[in-house]
Design a protein around this ligand. Sequence first.
Ligand code: ADP
Ligand code: MG
Length: 683
Amino acid sequence: MKFNDSIQYVKGIGEKRARLFNKLDIFNVSDLLNYYPRDYEDRSQIKDIDDLIDGETVCIKGTVAQLKRTFKAKNGAKITQAVVSDGKSLITVTWFNSPFVENTLSKGGEFTFFGKVQYKGMFPEMVNPVIDRNNAGKTGKIVPVYPLTANLTQQNLRNAVEFAMNNLEEEFVEILPPEILKKFGLISIGEAISQIHFPKDFESFIKARKRLVFQELFIMQMGIFLLKNTKNNYPAEGFSDIHSVRDFVSGLPYELTNAQKKVINEILNDLKKDVPMNRLVQGDVGSGKTVVAAAAMFSAVKSGFQAAFMAPTEILAKQHYENLVKLFEPWGMTVACLTGGPKTKGKAETLKRIASGEIDIVVGTHALIGDDVQFKNLGLAVTDEQHRFGVRQRASLNEKGKKAHTLVMTATPIPRTLSLILYGDLDVSVIDELPPGRQPIQTFAVGENYRPRIFDFIKKNIQKGRQAYIVCPLVEESDLLSAKSVIEYAENVSKKELKGFSVDVLYGSMKQKEKDAVMERFKAGEIQVLISTTVIEVGVDVPNASVMVIENAERFGLSQLHQLRGRIGRGPFESFCVLVCTTNGEIARERMKVMCDTNDGFVISEKDLKLRGPGEFFGVRQHGLPELKIADLAGDIDIMSLAQSAAKEIISADANLSMPQNRPLRNHLINKFNDVGGKNILN
Ligand code: ADP
Ligand code: MG
């Protein structure tokens, strides 16, 4: 059996079952062996019946003292019962709807049972336990529990993994160099994979897991460091005019916060150097990141360069464009906006003016990284709401300038572990202060029965002159269905609850012109209630909007709710966010409570990570980084820092991984990071 063999070569897997395995992304033997258990059952210890504790799941061993034929209970369930003795005490063992166990059991026969113990008064009972006859291998060990898909059983997976493991004719490739294994006390990869599936004991499991978590995080770190190294591998040109940023700042209609000033200084400090800046500005929604980026762009233009500012959506690009025009035109700087769509005359003209250097500052969507966009002299590339873009897109904007500095901004505060991974290639500045006068948003979580009251509340606020958002969730990630749900919602409420008020809709698949028009009218106050999908999630700035209702709030991630909520509370008005939940589960309730209790984005993102796990964490998937199979970002901080120091060590000794002991690692990385330029990274 070879790693590349299709799983159909594994005993017990035919064509039909292979398709079920495929659903789990298992196609060949290597995939199968790298499909790790999600949990384990400890069937290794056999307990005396006298020592059983209510509620525990254990093994007992004994002889069948009595066997009751299967009978039908009043509710129709088929019940099979036995009384088992371990020589000292008795336990009742019951099966529901499994009459075939009668064929396995026999009076006087000895069996091992594994199951959950329940006390009925003084007497212990086990319900639906696993039966092991003649030590057939179902007990007496630690048994893996795998994530499954419909029609596939634990036993199917266990058998397949065991068969593949026992018949393997190839060695596992050790990609960690021997010094690293030794230094960090790691077991070999072959041992680790064998023990992660069928651990001898708890200690072996811990060792196996540590090795695999380490490897996973280490590889990720290596990828990030290599990316960073290539980025810093070219000379940048330091900006000559840093000082006139002071004039720009004093011309602003407001005083910058201390946090904004601090971050601008950090940026300017980078920009004057001949080393490319790679800086991330992290600041909660409304902390004023745009003006910080504007200050850096001002310095670029004053120093004779162009600057680019990339936003994730057209609405946002448009809005930034309008703001930046106001900020820069008084200084005689030219600003252009570039978004997707057909190549019109106007667009061609804009491209020409960018290429000739006539335009100083270009704002746009990812259209900015299109092949048709040529800059004369790009000195600074800014990416707004960075979490919306992949690593690759971020790199491409920066590549538009041979010597460009990079600034990325994100409003999604992320936990420290995650930021090490996602932004390990960046220096980080934090805007940890909101402009003065912001009112905390009051958040309430309610059930659907509150709807009449919610509409009364919206109306009351409109009568005070305010505006409101109602957010409907994306329907199964489908633009079409989401649009439909928004439109239907709007039709219903304009006929009933919000009759007589001005209501309009906004969703992703609308034409750009229509979107712009709606946003214009909302900004101008002509639309009183805007019903939309999450397209309004990032950046939209309408200070007069003070109420947000989020329907099906339980369907959103906490960070996303926080981001959405950041659309209100942007002006001097008291603001309210109402989360409408249609379920009342424990986790949903806990998550809503977090939203009601705090306005602090960092606290929220930590909780989000804990409650949902990193795989689901907002944005992780879009980062272009491989998903983690075994490491737990919330729990493996310690291994994370070990892996990081190992990665640093290797790179500082052998930046290009050309030493013989680093060969397997090198090959692995080139494969793994192929789609983010793995080859280039190591050449
Ligand atoms: P975000 O960090 O979410 O991108 P923005 O840059 O959109 O925030 O800023 C939010 C609002 O706050 C904007 O209307 C902006 O003009 C305003 N603003 C930014 N800095 C300050 C400040 N220091 N004082 C008052 N208002 C500010
Ligand atoms: Mg912003």
